[in-house]
Design a protein around this ligand. Structure first.
Ligand SMILES: Nc1ncnc2c1ncn2[C@@H]1O[C@H](COP(=O)(O)OP(=O)(O)O)[C@@H](O)[C@H]1O
Ligand SMILES: [Mg+2]
Length: 390
């Protein structure tokens, strides 16, 4: 019988198998951390050559909703996790009946639905933008009156990178509703927050309730896709402290065992509002690989295996820039990696995706430097060189 960190048993022995639902880059980087520590990896993904499958010991190729496949993954694993919140919750829970699933299926269900997610936050007294659930055109029209504009209308489920969202600047006659109607069982209408900046905190929580938060990242999005993460965030220390406290409150209120990333808005009057939760490693936490004693990926492996949480201390300011498919498309598929890596302190991560498409996350570059300004300048330069723009 495998050790179960939930029950406070012995940690999982090296050589044990971590099963990951989802084969994307977050699974890949988790697998790399796990392998460094002597664990084995099994991956469930519909694609045979997914980024995580390339570094896994075993792969189950099947649709996420295939419960038998999820159970097959469970049988070959000693502990299970998921690397994206749109994983099929029924299949994940079926797998979780055979092998411990962390974070739990209920955390997955809550965070994969924006209405449930915001409801859980509000019930726990945690701050969010004003919102209302929308299941009909009349709900939508009522929402426009109840909540002050501008607004964002989003699908409750399966959105990512800004997909399934419409910004509404002035009250319309239902056009935005009709644009998204039927794309998800429900929609959510939110107040559009004229934020000063966006931040995120990745929080790790183990089976005994110990918590640790990574330094807060300041995030710059481009077309609703994360473009740049700057750490430390360029805000007063009391704000990063509050961001960290808020992240811990979220992790505790949902009883998360594993990682949870909390995306937040810093409002014009320095209030923090929770925008979105992700119960997994986060794009904005890639910097931890180079910059922190323990990366977010290793921290997850530690929780999954019942090992003590590692130090999250940061060595130096760091900036991460995403490499989207544009870099390939604009350079006719030949980005200049030598140029990118000629910038001092630049680390290159590529996810092994064979096809580059505009907006697709293909890799990232992290740069550490003595100051955050220097790190930002170098990270930007490194990417521009890859992009043949410098
Ligand atoms: N209520 C809002 N007010 C202002 N900006 C928003 C709001 N909701 C989303 N955005 C912008 O769109 C981005 C993506 O939205 P988000 O809700 O995080 O969905 P996802 O990341 O799943 O696509 C956010 O990071 C933010 O820049
Ligand atoms: Mg988001």
């Amino acid at each position: 019988m495998a050790a179960d960190p939930f029950r406070g048993d012995e940690p999982l022995e090296p050589g044990s198998v971590i099963g990951i639902i989802g084969g994307g880059q977050l699974g890949r980087m988790t697998a790399i951390a796990a392998r460094q520590m002597g664990y084995r990896i099994a991956v469930l993904d519909p694609a045979e050559d997914s980024p995580a499958a390339q570094v896994a010991d075993r792969v189950v190729v099947a649709p996420y909703a295939d419960r038998d496949a999820a159970r097959e993954l469970a049988r070959m694993s000693d502990v299970l996790t998921y690397e994206f919140e749109n994983a099929d919750a029924d299949a994940a829970e079926a797998a979780g009946e055979l092998t411990p699933l962390m974070p739990s299926g209920s955390v997955l269900r809550t965070t994969q639905n924006r209405v449930m997610e915001k409801g859980a936050l509000r019930r726990n007294g945690l701050p969010t933008a004003d919102y209302r659930a929308v299941t009909s055109e009349s709900d939508y029209m009522a929402g426009l009156k109840e909540i002050s504009g501008p607004w964002v209308l989003k699908t409750a489920t399966s959105g990512y990178d800004g997909k399934g969202q419409v910004v509404i600047k002035t009250a319309d006659g239902g056009e935005a509703y009709r644009q998204l109607e039927g794309r998800s069982p429900a929609l959510i209408l939110e107040r559009f927050v004229p934020f000063k900046l966006e931040m995120s905190v990745v929080c790790a929580r183990d089976g005994s309730g110990n918590v640790r938060t990574f330094p807060a990242s300041e995030n710059i999005h481009s077309n609703s896709i994360l473009d740049t993460s700057i750490v430390p965030a360029r805000v007063a220390p009391h704000i990063t402290e509050r961001a960290s406290d808020l992240a811990i409150a979220v992790a505790e209120s949902l009883d998360v065992v594993g990682l949870i990333a909390i995306e937040m808005f810093l409002t014009q009057d320095d209030e923090l509002l929770v925008n979105e939760l992700a119960p997994r490693p986060h794009n904005s936490g890639h910097y931890t690989i180079e910059a922190c004693h323990t990366s977010q990926y290793e921290q997850l492996v530690r929780v999954l295996c019942g090992l003590p949480l590692g130090s999250v201390e940061m060595q130096q300011p760091s900036v991460m820039v995403n490499l989207l498919g544009e870099v390939w498309v604009d350079t006719a598929n030949k980005p200049d990696w030598s140029g990118a890596l000629s910038v001092p302190g630049a680390s290159l991560h590529l996810y092994g995706k064979s096809e580059a498409r505009v907006g697709r996350k293909m890799g990232h570059i992290t740069v550490m430097a003595d100051t955050v300004e220097e790190a930002l300048a170098r990270a930007t330069e490194s990417r521009n060189r890859a992009w043949r723009r410098a």
